[in-house]
Design a protein around this ligand. Sequence first.
Ligand SMILES: [Zn+2]
Length: 288
Amino acid sequence: MLHKIQFLAFTTALWIIGSGSVRAQDALPSEMQPDTPMAEVDRFDFLVYNLDGPLPLTDNPANELYHGIWNQGATFSYPNLQLPDTLAIDLRGYCMPTPSSRINDVFGFRPRRRRVHYGLDIKVEKGDTIRAAFDGKVRTRTFNKRGYGNYVIIRHENGLETLYGHLSESLVRENQLVHAGDPIGLGGSTGRSTGNHLHFETRLLGTALNPALMFDFQNGQSTGKQYIFSRKTATKEVQSSAAYVKVRQGDTLSAIAKRSGSSVKTICKLNGITQKSIIRPGQRLRVR
Ligand SMILES: [Zn+2]
């Protein structure tokens, strides 16, 4: 009984904290599919792009890196593709998707949401022009009521795919070639969102990278000419701060790993348990 009261008090406190000031960002709770988080890979590849001039826009951007896979209309799903160990991502020729410098929510694990936030939430007004971050080809332009709302995904020559979510309107069509700075949508709050903002993601082969490593919204510029992606650092960043989750009814270690952006192996190690250990509802597990 005491336990139940404590739990109620805890959730009420959370509710009070959570209902304080509502910023325009992704709504919670979210059952949004995070797609392919932090793929476990164990192979190396070292790819460096030509840094002598801007990457030309072709009809098949980064085709080699994506092994010819062009999953038009899909979100991010590359279960069979391996992340390179290192990759120099060319940032030249970028355009800030919005001149707004107000970040409403950063990238990373959100204990309150019990999930990873795979992008940046940038404050925009409804109807603000949202622009392509680099030259590229529109892979997906669709609508998801429970998630990103109206959203656009563009693949770029530098290997990145960028996603622009919660648009009030998309202005491009699938397979369209766009140049950096071309208007691709209008700011909005469609889908699971609490107010007008741009949810902006930068992904490499489906793995979310912190956009702030490449785009400095506060100063309205890229962080440099290139960003050196390292598989190790990218995985660490999402896992950097210690976090705990409460086991739900019917939970499995793999379900917990999936929604917290962790792995079964990590959870076992952090909690001194094995994959065969029995976990109980209400139990707290450290996930990073
Ligand atoms: Zn967001």
